[in-house]
Write a protein that binds this ligand. Structure first.
Ligand code: UDP
Ligand code: MN
Length: 348
């Protein structure tokens, strides 16, 4: 705004300056800049109105950005596309300005589900504070905090267009059950609530923090994240469930990637289908006296093998620096593990 937004102030300055000069001068010197100023001011308004009008509804504006070069791959060191043509999201492969505008034009609302059951409420503060800095900034966000300790949810100041909803749910004594029942609770609340309130769901572990940008580049009908411990491994090394008795069973000669249970998402309807299917498989396993080796993560991997994700997030979106350092292919570490004492935190 500044000078353009305040023609009154500018005119006052011109008139007071004119008082010290002969009258004919003051007319000449006063009116000319004023005329130029008014022409620029109203001309600017006219042109900006025209340019707004000439933008078709739903079309992106004509911004200037680096041209995509057909003979210059965005990354040469990593796979950026799956065999079913889903993008794999790495730094350097996307232009966030274009994506932000596309998702803003659709007035996209993103739900972030996070569970803080029993002692895990201690992770909420850092999780939420860092999400405010890095997660979907500039977009509408609803945090859905599932907890059995609603009174212990911290008050974290939220930016404009962002809110937090506390969903009080039951706990389970085994941490494995807490982890697995996330599938049931997300599917129940998707049907009852999320379908009406948000466009996309992002389902995240709470014992993590955001350390760099995580934005709309991740959004798609169905996405999973490469597990940082297995992105270099061949499929036989993946810790899939290998017992045919489990519904999560994947044979040795099958598998694309090993996805991490701590970060997945998609449109509400796709997340509803995924979580419902995983929950049903978990219930069936329990009835058959078997529990998949990596719990909900094993079932997630089975689901994503036969329902191919439409985007795959690189390990930039799920990293453990203590364990894995910072290799040069990782241009950014966006969502990272917070060190924890498993024994102390998992038990009441
Ligand atoms: N969780 C919880 N309370 C518990 C155990 C687990 O809230 O007592 C939730 C929490 O969101 C956590 C997720 O389940 O991030 C998965 O568990 P955890 O992070 O312990 O699994 P890991 O990442 O260590 O495999
Ligand atoms: Mn975790």
């Amino acid at each position: 705004m500044g000078a353009l937004g305040n023609p009154e102030g500018s005119r006052e300055q011109l008139e007071s300056g004119a008082g010290r000069r002969p009258k004919c001068f003051s007319l000449h010197l006063g009116i000319l800049p004023l005329t130029v100023f008014l022409l620029v001011f109203f001309g600017y308004g006219f042109l900006s109105q025209r340019s707004q009008k000439s933008r078709e509804p739903g079309a992106v504006t004509r911004m200037v950005y680096a041209q995509p070069k057909v003979l210059t791959p965005s990354r040469e060191d990593v796979l950026v596309l799956t065999p079913w043509l889903a993008p794999i999201i790495w730094e350097g492969t996307f232009n966030i300005d274009i994506l932000n505008e596309q998702f803003r034009l659709l007035n996209t609302t993103i739900g972030l589900t996070v569970f803080a059951i029993k002692k895990y409420v201690v992770f909420l503060k850092l999780f939420l504070e860092t999400a405010e800095q890095h997660f979907m900034v500039g977009h509408k966000v609803i945090y859905y905090v599932f907890t059995d300790r609603p009174a212990e949810v911290p008050q974290v100041p939220l930016g404009a267009g962002r809110k937090l909803v506390v969903l009080t749910v039951r706990n389970y004594s085994r941490w494995q059950d807490v982890s697995m029942h996330r599938m049931e609770m997300i599917s129940n609340f998707s049907e009852r609530r999320f379908l009406q309130e948000v466009d996309y769901l992002v389902c995240a572990d709470v014992d993590m923090k955001f350390q760099d940008h995580v934005g709309v580049e991740i959004l798609s009908a169905l996405f999973g994240t490469l597990h940082p411990g297995f992105y270099r491994s061949s499929r036989e090394a993946f810790t899939y469930e290998r017992r045919p008795k489990s519904r999560a069973y994947i044979p040795w000669d099958k598998g694309d990637f090993y996805y991490m249970g701590a970060f997945f998402g998609g449109s509400v309807v796709e997340v509803y289908h995924l979580t419902k299917a995983c929950h049903q498989a978990i219930v069936e396993d329990k009835a058959n006296g078997i529990e998949a080796v990596w719990h909900d993560e094993s079932h997630l991997n089975k689901y994503l093998l036969y329902h191919k994700p439409t985007k795959v997030l690189s390990p930039e979106y799920m990293w453990d620096q203590q364990l894995l350092g910072w290799p040069s292919i990782m241009k950014k570490l966006r969502y990272v593990t917070v060190p924890k004492n498993h024994q102390a935190i998992r038990n009441r």
